[in-house]
Design a protein around this ligand. Structure first.
Ligand SMILES: Cc1cc2nc3c(=O)[nH]c(=O)nc-3n(C[C@H](O)[C@H](O)[C@H](O)COP(=O)(O)OP(=O)(O)OC[C@H]3O[C@@H](n4cnc5c(N)ncnc54)[C@H](O)[C@@H]3O)c2cc1C
Length: 554
């Protein structure tokens, strides 16, 4: 087999391997061989249902069309194969593939490829590794079909960047506050300043100040989802517990759909580094963990719906119906609720006004960059506040950690307490609370009051609120029993419900089963949960064996 054609990307053999004759023959057995001619376009950005190609002879270039022409990404030769993560997720294609030398290719549908991956362990490893590494390269070089024009001072820009980044979607970001040439780009697309942020997708035009739902729709995030299908299982929420349920459910042959209101990863996705999750001795960022889990779930065939909020469970009849905020309803025989918890917002004046413009609820790499060489405040005394303070102290000049009580939380890990106390860049302020926030479009000043009722005013532009979380269960009232704080009761705890619960003829609920047979709750949303990634993942995995049992009884 010929050696690979050089590439403009990092041409590591793992990202762009050359298949052996034996491996090619296994693809040939399930695909069809056809001739291709120079200039022929095999796929373009925005295409759906893109086939997978293995080159037997000839050459193919992969390019990224952008507003100023084309950027070449890679050249494929004999033994090479096309594709990256969109082959697995079924989302719209990001790049253009053009034949540069006549030859033969094996063509295989996306469905055929996914089926081959589940059957052939060796090819699965080669393809999955290459797709993941290629996606990483696309992100690293900003080779996405989408260009986001925004401002570092705009909350909406941060929201869109966070959405694209946390969904692992490559894009080019142009900061209009820093890039003086960008005005010509705005003029070219007839965009007014007040329509910023703007997302330019070469194949879908210009989105002005889009919602994340609109952006997801235009980028084809939910393309593969058949909304009419009655599924074995719908999982609501793609935090660690929901993703674990998706991996186990899909790998064990269930027909699984995961619905997520924002982006995969949940609370864990907003953690800069998780150090107590088994198997990661040097820690793993929440986002990396979420991306890996999502890839794994999709590899086994789980379907994802992103940027879709579940607002109601129609539990009166079977199959259950999960109703979205756009009015659509999706059906399933069993449901796993994995909606976790949402950040508490302390009653601080102007908090809402500065959300995304100086007030943040997560401390990831992106927020870390925003407060480089500036002072920052972290509010809270628990694990997430501790992690955020340590992480931000690497870039911020000083981190003020404001703790309402007289000590750090009893549940904070010992290693974290030591790192905070010994860190010269972190100042701990006990019995201290923010009383005011002030500024123009962006937060500029913070006022706090300490135990001696002494007030301090500081010119600080970044505040991280890590004040615990409450369950997201309003949409379930009337369907499943909740405890007095709104967490979902499961198993024998259902008997402790503050309001009377209708007894099921099917007998007492199983562990993790709610008061409604066939509906399960896992992770932080469950009454009695322990607020850890590992326990959320454990519960999501265990729930699948109970789902099998429930399906067998239907
Ligand atoms: C900053 C931070 C750092 C942390 N660090 C650690 C750590 O180091 N180690 C550790 O063990 N734990 C840590 N935790 C705790 C850990 O992240 C949580 O215990 C874990 O994420 C819970 O997982 P979950 O899947 O149950 O819920 P979540 O992570 O809360 O995920 C729930 C998901 O459901 C979605 N959702 C909610 N409502 C709906 C709806 N109606 N429709 C559709 N989707 C919905 C949400 O958008 C979210 O993505 C940390 C938490 C935070 C906030």
């Amino acid at each position: 087999m010929a050696s690979p054609v050089p590439s403009v990307l990092d041409m590591s053999t793992q990202a762009f391997p050359t298949l052996t004759e034996a491996q090619i023959s296994r693809v040939r057995a399930v695909g069809k061989v056809r001739q291709v001619t120079p200039g022929e376009i095999l796929f373009r950005p925005g295409d759906t249902s893109v086939p997978f190609f293995v080159l037997l002879s000839g050459a193919l270039e992969i390019v990224q069309p952008d507003v100023s022409g084309e950027r070449q990404i890679v050249k494929h030769g004999p033994g090479h194969f096309t594709g990256e993560m969109t082959m697995i997720s079924g989302q719209r294609c990001l790049v253009l593939g053009r034949v540069t030398e006549a030859g033969d290719v094996i063509e295989l549908s996306g469905e055929g490829l996914r089926s081959l991956i589940t059957r052939d362990a060796e090819l699965s490893e080669i393809f999955m590794r290459a797709f993941i590494l290629r996606r990483v390269e696309l992100i690293k070089h900003g080779y996405g079909a989408a260009i986001l024009l925004g401002s570092r001072y705009s909350a909406k820009t941060l929201e869109l960047r966070e959405f694209l980044t946390r969904n692992g979607h490559p894009y080019t970001y142009v900061d209009l506050d820093l890039d003086r040439t960008s005005q010509s780009l705005l003029d070219r697309f007839e965009v007014q300043r007040d329509e910023v942020p703007v997302v330019i997708c070469p194949s879908h035009g210009v989105l002005r100040n889009p919602t994340i739902q609109k952006l997801a729709e235009n980028l084809g995030f939910n393309n593969r989802v058949d909304e009419t299908q009655v599924r074995d299982l719908i999982i609501v929420g793609a935090g660690p517990s929901g993703l674990a349920a998706a991996v186990y459910g899909a790998s064990e042959g269930l027909d699984v759909l995961v619905i997520e209101t924002g982006y995969p990863g949940g609370q864990a996705g907003s953690s800069s580094k998780i150090e107590n999750y088994l198997g990661f001795p040097v820690g793993v960022s929440g986002q990396e963990l979420a991306t890996r889990a999502l890839t794994q779930a999709e590899k086994f065939g789980a379907n994802m719906m992103i940027a879709c909020n579940v607002v109601r469970l129609d539990c009166a009849r079977r199959p259950f119906k999960v109703v979205l905020d756009n009015g659509k309803a999706l059906s399933a025989r069993t449901i796993v609720i994995a909606t976790g918890a949402q950040y508490n917002k302390p009653p601080i004046p102007n908090l809402k006004k500065f959300e995304g413009q100086g007030v943040y609820y997560g401390a990831t790499y992106m927020e870390g960059q925003l407060c480089e060489a500036e002072d920052a405040v972290v509010v809270g005394g628990g694990n997430s506040a501790g992690q955020a303070a340590v992480f931000l102290s690497q870039t911020a000049s000083k981190v003020h950690m404001l703790v309402r009580s007289g000590q750090l939380s009893d549940t904070m890990s010992r290693y974290l307490i030591q790192r905070i106390e010994q860190n010269p860049a972190i100042d701990l302020h006990y019995k201290t609370e923010i009383t005011d926030m002030d500024g123009g479009n962006h937060l500029e000043r913070v006022t706090w009051r300490d135990a001696n009722a002494q007030t301090t005013v500081r010119d600080i532009r970044h505040v991280f609120i890590m004040a615990g979380a409450s369950p997201r269960t309003d949409w379930l009232r009337g369907c499943v029993a909740l405890d007095d704080k709104g967490f979902i009761l499961t198993g024998p705890d259902v008997d402790t419900a503050p309001e009377p619960v209708e007894r099921s003829a099917a007998g007492p609920p199983q562990m993790l089963e709610t008061s409604l047979p066939g509906v399960f709750a896992v992770g932080d949303v469950r009454s009695g949960n322990v607020k850890r990634v590992a326990s959320a993942v454990g519960e999501g995995s265990i729930a699948i064996s109970l789902v099998h049992r429930a399906l067998a009884q239907l």
